[in-house]
Ligand binder design. Structure first.
Ligand code: SF4
Length: 384
């Protein structure tokens, strides 16, 4: 269990309340450095890092959002998006506040740019969250809405309790995490969707104040050193990262470094945050990107955030048969065997599949943790 900062030692306007954080070290000049993400913020007493939710108090790093969430919702797993991980099942999703990237096109900016106090409504212990997952028959818990890397200690603690109860853990992340922290973080996760925002350093620098190379490193790490099932999402922004050359390079990198079986999602941008002057991504752009990635040799390429049943369905790389039909988040066809093989040619399809798909459908069910049943584990049944 994380240790809370003692309240009786807190005085002064800038004192930060929270739990003592991990992954930091002292510097010779008296500052301390956070080693959670590649920003490596160097902080004096009372200062916060760029993510705003980690800061220095009494010569230690603290996480100020432990146990506090910006809201809970039961979503379809396809919304994360994960198309090869327990299809059709519900996932209890939550986030906190803040972010370690500064994307001008952020699609969740009300949460990620929030100062924590104005957004965090629901207090929730790890046990509360797992209890809510059980009560809502969620097969997994998703750490999402804002990047879980910055609330690592909270996410890891929830994940531990969830795993003990047979519930899977899913990270929805931009993959902007430092080597010192990624082992602990991804050991706690079973699946992830990683945003690969573009395939140019210039894009990351100008629009996110981050580095592409750090994200690519995370993706290679996931493939090489973990058993985490992961899929990749690229939000295509008209005129910024949707060119043929860039999409080709991105797809070639994925196939060369990660292999043909990592699913890649091209999703539509909607004008938001600081980029409201752009049009939404046309469906034709997403289809073109999908065609390019498939021609490069990737087996599972999807379009998202648009009407496109063909682009959202899964096809067998062996015989070309349509195996899983999807209309947005609704499963419309299932042609996998009980072991997750193609019912036509018998080819094994990578991912985690149950004998039958779930039937959660498109529903989104917002919940409040405070409204969920309390009580000991075991009195609420077991997750399905
Ligand atoms: S997580 Fe990243 S942004 Fe936040 S304090 Fe640490 S280094 Fe800075």
């Amino acid at each position: 269990m994380p240790q809370h900062m003692p309240k009786d030692t807190m005085t002064g306007p800038e004192r930060l309340e929270g739990v003592i954080a991990r992954h930091w070290h002292g510097l010779e000049d008296g500052r301390i450095q956070c080693d959670v993400c590649p920003r490596y913020c160097k902080l004096g007493e009372g200062q916060r890092g760029l993510c705003f939710v980690r800061g220095r108090q009494d010569d230690r790093m603290v996480l100020t959002t432990y146990g506090r969430s910006s809201g809970f919702c039961v979503d379809p797993i396809e919304k994360k998006p994960l198309n090869h991980y327990l299809p059709g099942t519900p996932v209890l999703s939550f986030g906190t506040a803040g972010c370690n990237l500064t994307c001008k096109f952020c699609q969740n900016w009300d949460i990620s740019k929030a100062r924590e106090l104005d957004r965090l409504q629901d207090n929730a212990t790890p046990e509360d969250i797992v209890r809510a997952a059980i009560a809502t028959h969620s097969c997994s818990i998703a750490y999402t809405y804002n990047d879980p890397v910055i609330f690592l200690e909270y996410a890891v603690e929830v994940a531990k309790v969830a795993r003990e109860r047979g519930i899977k853990n899913v990270a929805v992340t931009a993959g902007y995490i430092a080597a010192a922290a990624r082992g602990e973080f991804f050991r706690a996760m079973d699946a992830a969707n990683v945003d690969l925002k573009a395939f140019s350093e210039e894009f990351y620098k100008r629009l996110c104040t981050g580095r592409l190379s750090a994200v690519l490193e995370t993706l290679e790490y996931l493939q090489r050193e973990t058993k985490v099932w992961f899929e990749i999402t690229t939000l295509l922004i008209p005129g910024f990262n949707d060119g043929v050359e860039e999409v080709t390079k991105l797809s070639e990198w994925v196939i060369t470094k990660l292999g043909p079986d990592v699913p890649l999602h091209f999703t539509a941008f909607h004008p938001d945050y600081k980029m409201t002057n752009l049009p939404p991504t046309p469906r034709g752009t997403l289809r073109r990107a999908r065609d390019i990635a498939r021609e490069v040799g990737l087996h599972f390429v999807y379009t998202g955030n648009v009407d496109d049943e063909r682009g959202q369905s899964t096809y067998c790389p062996g015989c070309g048969e349509r195996l899983i039909g999807r209309d947005w988040y609704q499963i419309t066809l299932w042609r996998l065997t009980e072991k997750g093989h193609c019912a036509g040619c018998g080819m094994a399809i990578p991912g985690l599949f149950e004998a039958k798909p779930g039937n959660w459908g498109q529903r989104r069910l917002p919940i409040r943790i405070s409204d969920q049943p309390r009580g000991k584990f075991g009195t609420l049944g077991t997750p399905r």
